[in-house]
Ligand binder design. Structure first.
Ligand code: SF4
Length: 383
């Protein structure tokens, strides 16, 4: 079987070159050809020795993902659906803005966390993506967009691991992928411009701090454990106090001196003024000095299976004002790509649920409706 060069960070590629009897510096040349120039044909890598150019196709390849579809939104947001085999497909989204180009990447086919408000979560979980499959999303998008825009300059300046999947539950594949994103011989992205978004896998937050600290976004979505247990089931394993402790431990290693908390605004569920005050108390009161953070309020993108609705803009503004009055930096995310279902929480791909996540979510929904009716519907408030 051929080795997929997209699976290697530069250290891994150097070790691969050594196994071929080549000098380690060959890895740097090869890495640049593949990632900086988007080249997958070894015969065109002209500064490699002819003997290596001849040998490589017999032992290695650059394995792209097959594009199943591409949709371009009226606002320029572009969404690709990639085939990852065995009936699974994952989504990747490019979001162009005046001063940056952001790529939202998937880390798993589906997701096992099963957040109530998340379209991916409702699809269930099939498998982890490999490092090569994670990197291939950027490799494809960067080089396709360069050609499309007629430029040799970098198009993608920011990457957010906020597509399908919980990246910290695919840690071993994630870290080499991040190292490739950051490598000056590949994409050369700044640590500040690469964001891992997690629902709160506490032990892996600590490991990321040691292995490859990049910007961290935490899906918070609730100001208390009772409500968060319902919205983000992982909270039962790693409750808020433990999660916020992990955030405080991460900050000294982070490229920014704060954590971003994502908070999806759900009409009548977590968007009341009382929730905002509770959130302030939680973040200010946790540990001495509180948690250095920024809050990103996300307008919910409704989908039928969720049974949830988007908070009215006026409610979002009231909520934001309470946070700002408490001197917490708060932004409201602009929704992008609504018309092609590319906005936050809308990525669903096409996933064979192989772990029964969907059934578990259904059972949980029924249980919550029978045991805690106050937590399951809209227009009711869990405090
Ligand atoms: S919000 Fe993230 S962690 Fe939760 S189900 Fe969706 S993809 Fe998984």
């Amino acid at each position: 079987m051929l080795a997929n060069l997209l699976d290697f960070d530069i250290e891994g590629l150097a070790a691969f070159c050594e196994r071929l009897g080549e000098k380690r510096f060959r890895a740097t040349q090869l890495f640049r050809w593949v990632h900086q120039r988007g080249e997958s044909d070894f015969s065109r890598m002209t500064d490699l020795a002819k003997s290596l150019r001849d040998k490589l196709p017999t032992v290695a390849c650059v394995q792209p993902l097959q594009v199943l579809s591409e949709q371009v939104s009226s606002d320029g947001t572009t969404k690709w659906l990639f085939d990852v085999g065995q009936g699974d497909a994952v989504e990747t989204v490019f979001i162009p803005e005046a001063d940056r180009g952001t790529l939202c990447i998937s880390s798993q086919a589906g997701c096992a966390v099963g957040c109530r408000f998340c379209s991916t979560g409702h699809q269930g979980f099939s498998r982890n993506l490999t490092t090569g499959e994670i990197v291939a999303q950027l490799w494809f998008a960067e080089h396709v967009l360069r050609k499309r825009f007629g430029t040799t300059e970098r198009v993608i300046s920011n990457v957010v691991m906020m597509g399908m999947g919980e990246p910290l539950q695919n840690y071993d594949a994630l870290v080499p992928a991040l190292r490739t994103l950051l490598s000056d011989h590949a994409y050369g992205l700044s640590r500040r411009r690469v964001t891992v978004s997690t629902s709160g896998v506490v032990p892996m937050i600590d490991r990321l701090a040691q292995d490859c600290p990049v910007a961290l976004a935490v899906s918070l979505h609730a100001p208390n454990d009772l409500l968060r247990n319902d919205l983000v089931p992982l909270n039962r394993k790693y409750p808020l106090a433990e999660l916020l402790d992990a955030c405080n431990r991460y900050i000294p290693f982070a490229p920014r001196d704060f954590i971003t908390f994502e908070y999806c605004m759900l009409d009548g569920v977590n968007d009341q003024a009382a929730h905002a005050h509770q959130l302030v108390a939680l973040l200010r009161g946790h540990s001495e000095g509180g948690v250095a953070c920024k809050i990103n309020l996300i307008p919910f993108n409704p989908f039928p299976a969720s049974g949830l609705l988007r908070s009215p803009n006026s409610q979002v503004q009231v909520f934001a004002q309470i946070l700002q009055d408490a001197a917490i930096v708060t932004t409201v995310r602009k929704t992008r790509g609504d018309d092609i279902a590319a906005a936050c929480g809308q990525l669903a791909g096409d996933v064979q649920d192989r772990t029964g996540v969907v059934q578990r979510m259904e059972r949980r929904k029924i249980m919550m409706q029978t045991q805690k009716p106050e937590m399951s519907g809209r227009k009711e408030t869990a405090l």
